[in-house]
Design a protein around this ligand. Sequence first.
Ligand code: BEZ
Length: 211
Amino acid sequence: MSLRLGDTAPNFTAQTTEGEINFYDFIGDGWGILFSHPADFTPVCTTELGKTALLQEEFAKRNVKVLAVSIDPLDKHFKWRKDINETQGCSVGFPIIADADRNVATLYDMIHPNASATATVRSLFVIGPDKLVKLMIIYPASTGRNFYEVLRVVDSLQLTAGYSVATPADWKSGEDVIVVPAVSTEDAIKKFPKGVKVVKPYLRYTPQPNL
Ligand code: BEZ
């Protein structure tokens, strides 16, 4: 059965470049990102892990722990990590799981047989502090992910978890947000003291409430 949004993220224990990790313990009370790669020593994956390493401070600011998965063994990961650091000008500090037995890939349905019988596709899961799946994005092997988009969604998830708002198309942190339909305009005016702009009865904006 594949995972769906709102499902409990499966826990696991795995060997990683940072030692044995229990996923739930690793995330603790914060947020987690688990993302898979087709294979070590492949060009797109090299840029993706490098970009993630360069954005490590941004993930840390948001209390997000990052964990990469590849079905290659640890000794390959260590050699590849050196290449990533050298070619991408970074220092990979997050763990890379050696999922040789495909336990994690199977739990998270990361192998899509019609894309490849053996390699994982580019799956990315955002897991909340409640250990529920908040975001799933799946890219083909030939397309590197946009990690600014991942950060943008995390900003939206963290904001909307605490306030009765949603974020509009292309929203970026700092921009106005949308009052959710479940809140009446009368209540919205009380809830959001920075003001509510009513464009249509169902389309109401307010300044980002957590700034
Ligand atoms: C890559 O990571 O570069 C890659 C992996 C599999 C197919 C195509 C590209």
